[in-house]
Design a protein around this ligand. Sequence first.
Ligand code: PEP
Ligand code: MG
Length: 316
Amino acid sequence: ERKAALAASSGPGATSDGHKVPLLANVGGPADVPAAVAAGAEGVGLFRTEFLFLDDSANAPSEEKQVEAYRQVLEAFPGSRVVVRVLDAGADKPLDFLTPADEPNPALGVRGLRSLLDHPEVLNTQLRALATASAGLPVYLEVMAPMVADRQDAKAFADACRAAGLAAKFGAMVEIPSAALRARSILQEVEFLSLGTNDLAQYTFAADRQVGAVARLQDPWQPALLDLVAQAAEAARAEGKSCGVCGEAAADPLLACVLTGLGVTSLSMGAASIPYVRATLAKYTLAQCERAAAAARATDSADEARRAVQGVLSGE
Ligand code: PEP
Ligand code: MG
């Protein structure tokens, strides 16, 4: 039955009553594009550009090398959205030319947008390369910053995008609790939000994503994490803007239904998960997803949330 459901799974992501939830792919560069296209991704929801540069972490990548890599990804999705994340260096993704060597707590230090604001030439080169790469292509380019903490961060990123003359929407990742709590103020500066639930869980539970001993607290079914997702999604809805999820949470089919019920507007994941999420989402109405989301948030643990959602969606 599962095989049949997957075989029947194609086309745009939607609930059984036709509420559309675009299913996008997470990619790390041109090598990931064929699998994303084969899975029927409706675009790219997270292009992790730092992975292009990990092979030479001592030097900033040349503008030409960046243009080439961006163009290869952008060309593959005519008529679709491609959301490019500017360099997210530091903590679990160190780059020698950007990441301070002597930080006691790298995850709490100069990483993501913080390092780009300290090295504006790196950010500006990347934005220029994206402008060149997207020129003349029929793609909807969106650019977002990792690790936005507050409105001041969002404004600094938006100002840099405008100064670079980039014809793109610009957005903020929500992966720090402060950004979820004050999502509405961040949306005064940017056009969309994207929830990075991997880091959002790490920072909400003070649980390092690289430390297996605290994996229990990294579980994206934790009701506290769902509360923050709901808060960001409600702020985006109130502002008439989009709010996607691009963390691992989006790849869990039942959790994808819960996120949809919380008001998330798109889901981005590794290509291999897209058929499963599409098939599961197609089984339930938006109202069922909303009931599942409410049931999950009414619990006090990730395990209880999972059980509550299984109960609601199996019609108990
Ligand atoms: C996240 O933090 O959820 C995310 C999507 O970004 P990364 O995993 O690359 O930090
Ligand atoms: Mg992150």
